[in-house]
Design a protein around this ligand. Sequence first.
Ligand code: WQD
Length: 342
Amino acid sequence: MKNKILVTGGTGFIGSHTVVELQNNGFEVVIVDNLSNSYEKVVDDIAKITNIKPVFKKVDLKNKCEVSEFFKDNHDFFGIIHFAASKAVGESVKKPLPYYENNINSTINILEMMIKYDINNVVFSSSCTVYGQPDVLPVSETAPLKKAMSPYGNTKHICEDIIDDTAAASNINAINLRYFNPIGAHESAFIGEYPQGTPNNLIPYLTQTAAGIRECLSVYGDDYNTPDGTGIRDYIHVVDLANAHVSAIKRMLDKKMKSKVEVFNIGTGIGYSVLDIIKTFEKVNGIKINYKIIERREGDIEKVWADPTLANTELGWHAKHNLDDMLRSSWQWECRRDKNEG
Ligand code: WQD
């Protein structure tokens, strides 16, 4: 069906926000997720926002039998947005094999079903980690890919290669979106980033520190070659990132692709340091953050921010939210999440 989209990992942070934007744009959405790092209640939370409850099926995409069982009765999709993956950079360094097994096998199983049922459009959740530490900033899609600093990043690089080769040998068209640092939450605060256990990423750890759940935020190093010595990243509002996926699907629907596989950087083009983030959070939310500087984190790159020109011109997509919006919405989500949990 022309407007039916399968979203793998659709109860996750980026997936759930993308389901909302797809529904807002008139698409019918089916979600598959194994709930290994999310909760089924997110399906109801999406419905609170859009008044449309997406179909949800619990499927472990690395399990070939479960995947073929699902597709036997569900395969009339225009396209698939493939988010489902393990994504904690630090954890992947400690436990690489589950990352390779999950992230690569899931992608292979999805591509096999696409060929079997003639589903010819896939948008793949890739990552700026495929660039490693770029030599030139801002980083564009033509920058050389480097050995990723983590098994997580390497799985994204390998999956892009698998998609390239499969597209060349089939009717599959693919758009790989290379995300920078997704943060923030939907303005309703019904959905947001919901990490299980101790957060690996900066923003959830920061908001949990602000909420008193964590004692103190550790800043990983202030001896980088940056203006204030702390690491620089291109933070992008998760709703802007979600809308980039809608733009990619529309590009496929409108048959505007210029090659069978296209790659786009999805970032704002603006880099902020860790201390910039802390100071802006304090300003926007009127809360003092307790933090300390400690040694660098293994595997971190120093600085990265996107050249988003290609996505701006070809996808007609632009990031609309600024850092204040991102950090205000992150805090609103944290406050609501804690209340719901309390
Ligand atoms: C950001 C900055 C840390 C935690 C993420 C995702 C990865 C990919 C890219 C999509 C760095 C510093 C962090 C903390 C800190 N996204 N930091 N104290 O490592 O850039 O990677 O974005 O694919 O999946 O993980 O994000 O939020 O961990 O770190 O000082 O407690 O904050 O050193 O400079 P990262 P992050």
